[in-house]
Design a binder for this molecule. Structure first.
Ligand SMILES: C[S@@+](CC[C@H](N)C(=O)[O-])C[C@H]1O[C@@H](n2cnc3c(N)ncnc32)[C@H](O)[C@@H]1O
Length: 414
C-alpha cells in the first residue's frame, strides 16, 4: 500500500509501555529518539552494526537492547512501532516495507513523505504535551515545528498562554514577589500565578507593567487606594485577600521584591492561616541584592567582603522602637545594605563612624532601580548626608556601604 503524503495526518498519542519498539540505526538520530521511547516505558531495541557511545551507555545500563548487525525483516516481528533512522535511504526503505507488511507504523528519518508515521516536535508543561506536526509535505519544516513548539511551551511556562477557562483554579492566596520593578525580572512562577489569578492585590512597588497583561476579567485591587496609615492599610489588605479567597477566588498578593523582605508578607500568611485559607509563596528577587546588582555593584567579593547584612533604616539609631544593634553593625567588617534609609542616612552614617567604621568607607546609593530614572550616587560614610541632600535623593533607594563599592568603582575611590 502506498502512503499519500498530501492527505491530512491523524494525530494520536501512543502508549508504548512494555511494548517492543525497534530503532534501526545507531547514529545521532537514533540517539535523539531513544530517550523519549525509554521515558514512555517502551522496550526499545536497536539494530545497527555500530552505535554512538551514548547509545552504548543505554545498552550498558539495560535501558535498551542492541543487535550489533545489519537489519533483517524479522527484527520487526512483534514490534508495535518502528523508527528507521539509518543514514542509508535503501535500508530505511527496506525497513519501511517490512513494517508495512507487519502493519506496524514506521517513521523515517530520511523521507517523511514515505513514512506511515511522523515524529512531532514535542514539548511538555504542567501535565500537557504539545506536539507540532507539519500537515502536508510543504509544511514539514522541522525548524518551524520546533519553533512553534518552543513558543507554545514558553507561553505556557511564562503564563502568557493560560487556557484560563478550561483550568480548575484552586481558591486560596499566593504571595508573589515581583522583583525590583522591571517585569522582565519576574520569575516564570510569578507570571504563571498572575495569569491564573481571579483577583490581584498589587502594591505600589510591584512591577505594574506586568498587570497590563492580565486578562480583562481579573479584579485588580490597588493597595495604594486602600485606607492610609501602615496598620489600617495592612488590616484592610488582610481582610480583602481573606474575603476573596473565602468566596472561592484565587488571589495573588503582588508585591515588589520579595514578600518576606520588609514586605509584611508573613502577616498576610498568618491572616490566611487564621481564616483557614490555603496560602503559598512565590519568592521574588529582593531589592537589597538585585538593585545593587543592576547597578553593577556586588554585595560580596572574594577577599573583600565575606558577609553582607541587610538592615532597615526606617527608624534612626537610638529610636526606642529600633530593633537594630547599630554599634554591633558598625563593628562588622562586611557589606551593609540599607533599605528605606534615605531619610535617616545621615544619622546612620554618623553612628557607623562613631562605632568604628572609617569615614572614608565607600557608599553607593542606588535610586529607582530598574526604572528609567535609575542612578547611582557615589559617596562615603563621612559625606553621605551632604551628598544625599545635594543630589536630592528620594526613595526608593538602596544604600550599599563597604569596600565592594570601590571594587565596582575603583576610579572614583583611588
Ligand atoms: C517596604 S520595602 C520593600 C522591599 C521589598 N520587599 C524587596 O524585597 O525588595 C521598600 C524598600 O525597598 C527598597 N527598594 C525596593 N525596590 C527598589 C528599587 N526598585 N530601587 C531601589 N530601592 C528599592 C527601597 O529601600 C525601598 O524603600
Amino acid at each position: 500500500m502506498t502512503t499519500d503524503p498530501a492527505l491530512p495526518t491523524y494525530p494520536a498519542g501512543l502508549r508504548l509501555a512494555g511494548r517492543k519498539v525497534v530503532v534501526v540505526g545507531g547514529g545521532n538520530v537514533a540517539q535523539r529518539r531513544l530517550p523519549a521511547l525509554i521515558a514512555a516505558g517502551a522496550r526499545a531495541h536497536v539494530v545497527s552494526p555500530h552505535v554512538t557511545p551514548a547509545i552504548e551507555g543505554l545498552v550498558g545500563s539495560g535501558e535498551v537492547s542492541w543487535a550489533p548487525r545489519g537489519f533483517e525483516a524479522a527484527d520487526l516481528d512483534d514490534a508495535w512501532y518502528v523508527v528507521a533512522a539509518t543514514g542509508d535511504p535503501a535500508v530505511n526503505e527496506q525497513v519501511g516495507r517490512a513494517a508495512e507488511e507487519r502493519r506496524t507504523f514506521c517513521v523515517r528519518s530520511d523521507d517523511a513523505d514515505r513514512a506511515t508515521a511522523l515524529t512531532p516536535a514535542v514539548g511538555r508543561h504542567a501535565g500537557l504535551v504539545v506536539a507540532v506536526l507539519g500537515e502536508r509535505p510543504g509544511d514539514r519544516d522541522p525548524r518551524r515545528s520546533a519553533g512553534v513548539r518552543d513558543e507554545v511551551v514558553e507561553g505556557l511556562r511564562e503564563g502568557r498562554l493560560a487556557a484560563r477557562h478550561h483550568r480548575r483554579r484552586t481558591p486560596g492566596v499566593v504571595l508573589v514577589g515581583g522583583g525590583p520593578g522591571d517585569p522582565e525580572l519576574l520569575s516564570v512562577a510569578a507570571r504563571k500565578a498572575l495569569m491564573e489569578a481571579d483577583v490581584v492585590v498589587a502594591d505600589r512597588l510591584a512591577p505594574r507593567e506586568a498587570l497590563g497583561d492580565l486578562p480583562a476579567d481579573v479584579e485588580l485591587v490597588d493597595v495604594a487606594k486602600l485606607p492610609r496609615g501602615r496598620s489600617a492599610a495592612q488590616e484592610e489588605i488582610n481582610r480583602v485577600i481573606v474575603e476573596r479567597a473565602l468566596a472561592g477566588k484565587r488571589v495573588v498578593r503582588f508585591k515588589g521584591g520579595d514578600s518576606f523582605v520588609f514586605g509584611r508578607g508573613y502577616e498576610e500568611v498568618l491572616a490566611c492561616r487564621e481564616a483557614g485559607v490555603p496560602v503559598t509563596v512565590v519568592p521574588g528577587l529582593a531589592s537589597p541584592i538585585a538593585v545593587p546588582g543592576l547597578a553593577g555593584i556586588p554585595v560580596t567579593h572574594r577577599g573583600v567582603a565575606h558577609a553582607f547584612t541587610v538592615v532597615s533604616g526606617h527608624l534612626p539609631p537610638g529610636h526606642p522602637d529600633s530593633l537594630v544593634d547599630w554599634d554591633a553593625l558598625a563593628r562588622l567588617r562586611g557589606t551593609v545594605v540599607l533599605m528605606m534609609a534615605v531619610q535617616n542616612a545621615a544619622a546612620i552614617a554618623a553612628t557607623l563612624v562613631t562605632g568604628g567604621r572609617a569615614p572614608g568607607t565607600p557608599v553607593a546609593v542606588v535610586c529607582d532601580g530598574t526604572m528609567p530614572t535609575q542612578r547611582t550616587v557615589l559617596s562615603t560614610l563621612g559625606k553621605l548626608g551632604d551628598d544625599i541632600e545635594a543630589e536630592q535623593v528620594r526613595a526608593p533607594a538602596i544604600v550599599v556601604v563597604g569596600e565592594v563599592v570601590a571594587v565596582a568603582h575603583p576610579d572614583h575611590y583611588s
